[in-house]
Ligand binder design. Structure first.
Ligand SMILES: NC(=O)c1ccc[n+]([C@@H]2O[C@H](COP(=O)([O-])OP(=O)(O)OC[C@H]3O[C@@H](n4cnc5c(N)ncnc54)[C@H](O)[C@@H]3O)[C@@H](O)[C@H]2O)c1
Length: 471
């Protein structure tokens, strides 16, 4: 047995036998190593997407293509990533999907809501992300998936209008209809578990108000159709009320309010968000930590994008753009810590622009001009021209989030925490406990995610200290 490890066996609550290992690390830190219960992923996992546009259909078509062995799950950490365990000399690096009990892709069943009634095949063709040869291979499957009528109100997404919309006397009626949809999908497909994920449009900028302060005020607001409750919150409420995990792929306020946080905690349901980290912000959170690591200063960072998909059209509305802008702007402040490093990062200029340009379709182009300075203050510049495909980057994130949120719901220790901060890796604006600031650095986020998985499986956390190899 390695030096400094003490093992305590104890009879835990509920009469079950647990073993707790206390690992005394070199610095005298006690790292608890516990056996944590995770139920097996038995049966079918239902996935409901709020919104079945470019991201959702690229995700669903991709999963089916992969299930038919016609492509590889590139970009998905759960499917392709490995995790190092123990010392570097141990040579233990299993695939993440073999290390933690994740649902199998074959067990995923799809449904969702959209304001447009076309099947996933029609919506995917319109989105123009995947080419015809890819889509035709899974056409039969995609045609079978038709969006359920949505909870929608143009007040919150001004540039959209569609016919496939629910009617209800109050917002509470609409929430009940969503719950009926969820239950019907569960029963029809004999699902053992579900995850709901927001892949719908970006709503107008909103701030928490009195109606969001408690579950009681929120439910009163639903019954009174309070304008402070946008559709995304109605979906989240319906899912959380039924004990179903909810992930938020847009920058919408949604679950970032006390009432829904409280509901998640009360019902012990995992939640996470917000705003999938793809494209330009992904690049930002890769490059900024590197500049800070080398103590290189920043004078300004100008980011502009052109994109021509429906998301771009929605974001052309200033109120929806404001929601996105807040989400995109915050990352540099948190990563660079101007208060800690005023000589390097105080008053840097940061601007983000998104321009709707139809000819680009989903193939977004993002330019960054970064003005930096080095030794003795000498200026330098970095220019990035990222010709990316938004939904191609987002689809594997959706898959990973669904599988990890399902893992969290099968693990009481994780589910009862509500917010799954370890999934920050996937978001532009990661949710975290109200008393914390979010972690934006992609590399810290990855360490956090992998250490969480190690923790869940009772493996030693990796500190990358490495001195022990030289003793
Ligand atoms: N593509 C990316 O890389 C990326 C990255 C981060 C965030 N996002 C966000 O993900 C979301 C989806 O992006 P997309 O490219 O698929 O957009 P999209 O416009 O192609 O799809 C969104 C779909 O949501 C539907 N919708 C809008 N409001 C709805 C409601 N209340 N109920 C049900 N359906 C509703 C729309 O009709 C549309 O079909 C957007 O909010 C976008 O900002 C996307």
């Amino acid at each position: 047995m390695p030096k400094g490890i003490a093992i305590f066996a104890r009879l835990a609550q509920y009469g079950k036998f647990h073993i707790t290992i206390l690992l005394i690390a070199e610095r005298g830190l006690k790292v608890p190593k516990k056996k944590i219960e995770i139920a097996k992923p038995e049966g079918k996992l239902g996935v409901m997407t709020c919104g079945m546009g470019a991201v959702a259909t690229t995700f669903i078509a991709g999963v089916e293509t992969i299930r038919r062995n016609l492509a590889r799950p590139i970009g998905s950490l759960t499917q392709m990533g490995t995790i190092r365990l123990g010392k570097r000399t141990d040579r233990r690096s299993p695939l993440i999907k073999d290390f933690v009990p994740l649902a199998n892709l074959d067990d995923l069943v799809f449904s969702g809501w959209d304001i447009f009634p076309e099947s996933c095949y029609g919506a995917a063709r319109k989105a123009g992300v995947l080419n015809d040869s890819h889509l035709n291979e899974v056409k039969d499957f995609l045609e079978e998936i038709r969006p359920l009528p949505a909870v929608f109100n143009r007040k919150y997404v001004k540039r959209l209008n569609g016919p496939n919309v629910k009617r209800g006397k109050t917002k509470m009626d609409l929430a009940k209809q969503l719950m009926e949809d969820i239950q019907a999908f569960r029963e029809k497909n004999g699902l053992s578990r579900m995850v709901v994920i927001w892949c719908g449009s970006t709503e107008i900028f909103m701030k928490p108000g009195p109606v969001h302060q408690s579950i009681a005020s929120f439910e009163k607001g639903l019954r009174a159709s309070d304008p402070g409750i946008p559709p995304s919150m109605i979906y989240a409420y319906a899912a959380l009320k039924l004990g179903i995990p909810f992930a938020n792929g847009a920058p919408n306020l949604t679950t970032d309010v006390p009432a829904l946080l409280q509901l998640a905690l009360e019902n012990k349901v995992p939640i996470c968000g917000k705003d999938f980290k793809t494209g330009q912000t992904l690049m930002k959170t890769i490059i900024a930590p590197g500049l800070k690591a080398r103590m290189i200063g920043l004078n300004g960072w100008f980011s502009t994008n052109i994109l021509g998909n429906r998301d771009g059209e929605v974001l052309d509305d200033p109120q929806s753009f404001r929601t996105k802008e807040e989400s995109k702007l915050s990352v540099l402040e948190y990563i660079l810590q101007p208060d800690t490093y005023p000589e390097l990062y105080k008053d840097f200029y940061h601007k983000v622009r998104i321009n709707y340009y139809p000819p680009s379709g989903d193939n977004k182009e993002g330019w960054d001009n970064i003005d930096i300075f080095g030794w003795l203050g000498y200026p330098m510049q970095i220019k990035i021209d990222f010709l990316c495909r938004d939904s191609i980057l987002a689809a594997p994130i959706v898959l990973d989030l669904i599988l990890f949120m399902d893992l969290a719901q099968r693990c009481p220790e994780m589910a009862r925490k509500g917010i799954q901060e370890w999934l920050s890796f996937y978001f532009k604006s990661p949710m975290c406990a109200p008393s914390l600031y979010p972690e934006h650095d992609l590399f810290i986020q990855l360490i956090k995610l992998k250490n969480t998985l190690r923790y869940l499986r009772g493996e030693e956390l990796i500190t990358h200290l490495g001195l022990e190899y030289y003793d």
